[in-house]
Structure formats: structure tokens, C-alpha cells
Write a protein that binds this ligand. Structure first.
Ligand code: ATP
Ligand code: MG
Length: 433
């Protein structure tokens, strides 16, 4: 691989202003290189700043500080040569497929006749010949994203940035499109010299990338990298690929859950982004783990396969389990703790009691709500002050989401009640008697 650097980021930082006027740092001191000839995958938790980083590279938003260069030149705005594919396809519904694809060329001042020719060629390349006259709504999700990719490729981009380009598609469609992209890349059917993909999907990263980077959260920073020195096309069932997937899982979970594995109160901050997951999903994973097939310990990729659930749904459940001390994660495995074992075997009311106790011990926000209610003479409080507290370190949406999780969990563990009409939190009835 040539060491020519396509994109170079040094010390990049970015903050967003919160609704109360304070700033929240999303990216801090990010260094990154995309070299000529490589595909790099960027993994990271939701909200860690992956899309923000991509938008900065695409010149769509400015960084607050740091250096961003494309082939040695500073990036000030959208650069010809860098194209982006979005998860949401971002097609214009009133334009035909052909018109959507030509859009990028129009902006570059390419004459009509050539625009048509190039759009035709790229539609053919991506498997959409004959669909030029169709409107986006007439297409399936997979075909829409083919249009999104065609629109990026028609400009003959030097660098392609793909933000979860396959994740809105069903598994099979996503995999087919991924493999088609790799064929274009490996067969050198496109002039693109470097690809950066953002993904939630570990298998996708291992199947596609030459290097996998991890972005940590709060603030986002490139934490570590794994090289994938396997020739493509890769066989998803081969031992090498499975071993790498295991390794990446291990790294992901180690980081995601390291700080909470300890399972002691105050190990996490009050505004910790609680994982967004249903109680039923948490208990489902626990039950499966306890199942004789796994007998208390499972390999994470195996569990993914067994549940047929995407990682972005399973990871929050793992994190919740680790947070509550019901399971622990170690090198790509998840194991029941003795408490987790007791939980699985307990009756519904004992389950709730354990859940509540663990919340008070391990989730500072839940403990804070409970203690505030206990110290209030009426035993009832509006949710507002808790929301305000969270907004000191989180964006409004995030704060609301985190409080929602704390409320749902607290209600389940019966450490407080919540009235959805009034937004008031109260101590549970029976304890007031
Ligand atoms: N324009 C904005 N104004 C304020 N906050 C923003 C803005 N854009 C992003 N953020 C915040 O910055 C953080 C990072 O967002 P970003 O979309 O980059 O994360 P991400 O890693 O792409 O997440 P996901 O995996 O969910 O796509 C989030 O907390 C988000 O709410
Ligand atoms: Mg994103």
C-alpha cells in the first residue's frame, strides 16, 4: 500500500452549543490518516461523533480547531474529489434516478451531454441500468441506496466517505450491496483511491476494511486500531475472519463496558448515557445465556448469530447487564454473574427487587432520583430538575433519552413511579404506607 496520505486530520476538535448556551465537546484531539489504496472502517458507539467527523472531512461543517487536509491542502468547504454516501439515502423525491445522479455533476458545471453519459455509465456499473427514469419512491431500499452510491461515484471521487451506508437496509440487501462495492473497488472499476466507512456492524468492518479504528465517546477520540491483513473477497465463515471478528468484539466491549464492569456506584457519572434498551431485551439475553446451550457463558458473535439481532441492538443490552452487575464481559465473551444466575431463576417479584437494588447501587442517576424523592416531604418531584441536571453535560435530546431510560428502569425496579401525564416522579405507593 502506498503511504500517500489522502486525508489527514491533526488535533481536530468540535463542540456543539447546547440549548442552555453551554458547549459540549463532541470530538477532541482527533488524529486520523486515510492513505491512498486503503479502506478504513470507523466504529464507535452511537453519539460518539462518527458522523460529525465525516461531515468535517467532507467539508460540510467546520471544525473548531485542528488541521484538516486533503492531499496536503486545507479543507475549507466541500472539496471536489471527496464524495459522501448517507445512511438516509438523501435523494430528492421529485427528481428521477437519472436526475438525482446527475446532480453532483451539475454543481461541477459538467455539460449536459456528458452528464447524461456519465450518469448512464455509473447506473450501469451499480446495477441500475434501465431505472434512470424511475422516481425514488418506486425503488426498494437497496436500489435507493444504489442511487445514493451512484450519485457519489458519478463525480469520480478520489475519496469516498460512507456513513452507515448499509445499515438502513435489511441484512441480505446490505451484504449484497457491500459485496458489489468491494467488487468495484478491488476490480479497480472506480477511480476512487480511498474509502472511509462508518459502521455499527463489526462483521461489515472486518469484511471490508484494511484498518479498523475505534472512536471513544465523550469526547470522541481515536482510541486504537486493528489491521486486517486478509485478501478480499473474504470468506465470512473462514477461521481468520471469525478470529478477527472475535478480536474486534473484545476490543469494542472492553472499551464500552470497561468503566462499568466494576459495577460499583459512582463508577460512572450521573449523566452517563444509559444504554437504550428494553427490559425485555435485557432479560431475553439473560435467559439465553442461562440456557443449557450456553450454560452461563457465550461468545458474543455466537450470541449475535443465535438471536439474529443486529449488534446495535445487542450491545446496549450487554452494557445494561454489565452496568447492573448481572453479567460481565471479558475478551469477547459474556458470562452471567452469580447474581445474574439468581436473577434468571427468580420469580417476577424477586427479579424486580434485584433490578431495583442494582439500580440504586450501580446507576447514580437512579439513586439520585430516589434519594431526592426520599428527602422531599411530599415524596413527589417534577422530572424537570433532573432533566436540567442532565442538560449540564448532555444535549437536550440526549438528556431526555437518558432520563427516559432511568425512568423506565426505575419503574420496573419499583424504586419510583412516574406519571406520564404530569411528568412527576413519586415514591412507590406501598412504601408510603
Ligand atoms: N448540529 C448539532 N448540534 C448539536 N449537537 C449535535 C449536532 N450534531 C451532532 N450533535 C451531537 O454530537 C454528538 C455526536 O453526534 P454524531 O451524529 O456525530 O454521532 P454518531 O457517532 O454519528 O452517532 P450515531 O452512531 O448515532 O450515528 C451527539 O451527542 C449529537 O447529539
Ligand atoms: Mg452517525
Amino acid at each position: 500500500m502506498s503511504q500517500n496520505v489522502l486525508i489527514q486530520l491533526d488535533g481536530v476538535a468540535k463542540s456543539f452549543r447546547l440549548s442552555d448556551g453551554t458547549a459540549r465537546m463532541v470530538l477532541d484531539n482527533v488524529d486520523f490518516r486515510l492513505h491512498d489504496g486503503e479502506i478504513v472502517a470507523l466504529l464507535g458507539k452511537s453519539g460518539s461523533g462518527k458522523s460529525t467527523l465525516l461531515r468535517i472531512m467532507a467539508g460540510l461543517i467546520p471544525a473548531d480547531s485542528g488541521n484538516i487536509r486533503y492531499r496536503g491542502n486545507p479543507i475549507y468547504g466541500p472539496a471536489a474529489g471527496i464524495a459522501m454516501v448517507f445512511q438516509s439515502f438523501a435523494l430528492f423525491p421529485w427528481l428521477t434516478v437519472q436526475q438525482n445522479v446527475e446532480l453532483g455533476l451539475e454543481a461541477q458545471g459538467v455539460p449536459i451531454a456528458e452528464r447524461e453519459k456519465r450518469a448512464d455509465a455509473v447506473l450501469e456499473l451499480i446495477g441500475l441500468s434501465g431505472f434512470g427514469g424511475a422516481l425514488p419512491r418506486e425503488l426498494s431500499g437497496g436500489m435507493k441506496q444504489r442511487v445514493g452510491i451512484a450519485r457519489a461515484l458519478v463525480t469520480n471521487p478520489d475519496v469516498l466517505l460512507m456513513d452507515e451506508a448499509f445499515s438502513a437496509l435489511d441484512v441480505l440487501t446490505g451484504e449484497t450491496l457491500r459485496d458489489d462495492m468491494l467488487e468495484l473497488w478491488d476490480g479497480q472499476l472506480i477511480p476512487t483511491k480511498g474509502i472511509l466507512i462508518v459502521s455499527h456492524n463489526i462483521e461489515e468492518a472486518v469484511m471490508m476494511a484494511d484498518r479498523i479504528l475505534f472512536l471513544s465517546s465523550d469526547p470522541g477520540r481515536v482510541r486504537c486500531e486493528v489491521r486486517v491483513d486478509l485478501p478480499r473477497p473474504r470468506n465470512v465463515d473462514s477461521q481468520e475472519v471469525r478470529a478477527l471478528i472475535d478480536e474486534v468484539y473484545a476490543l469494542m466491549t472492553m472499551r464500552a463496558v470497561q468503566e462499568v464492569v466494576v459495577g460499583v456506584a459512582a463508577a460512572i457519572p450521573i449523566a452517563y448515557r444509559l444504554p437504550e434498551t428494553d427490559i425485555s431485551r435485557i432479560e431475553g439475553v439473560l435467559d439465553l445465556l442461562a440456557d443449557e446451550q450456553f450454560d452461563g457463558r457465550a461468545d458474543l458473535p455466537q450470541l449475535s448469530e443465535e438471536t439474529e439481532l443486529p449488534d446495535e441492538e445487542l450491545f446496549p443490552a450487554y452494557e445494561a447487564l454489565a452496568l447492573l452487575g448481572l453479567a460481565f464481559l471479558d475478551k469477547g465473551d459474556i458470562s452471567l454473574t452469580p447474581l445474574g444466575r439468581r436473577y434468571v431463576e427468580a420469580s417476577q417479584s424477586v427479579k424486580k427487587a434485584i433490578f431495583g437494588e442494582q439500580l440504586l447501587a450501580c446507576v447514580p442517576l437512579a439513586a439520585h432520583i430516589r434519594h431526592s424523592l426520599e428527602s422531599d416531604v411530599t415524596g413527589a418531584l417534577s422530572e424537570k430538575p433532573f432533566l436540567e441536571l442532565l442538560k449540564e453535560s448532555l444535549e437536550a435530546d440526549e438528556a431526555g433519552r437518558v432520563l427516559e431510560v432511568a425512568v423506565e428502569w426505575g419503574r420496573y425496579g419499583e424504586i419510583y413511579e412516574y406519571d406520564f401525564h404530569t411528568g412527576r416522579l413519586t415514591l412507590p405507593e406501598k412504601e408510603e404506607e
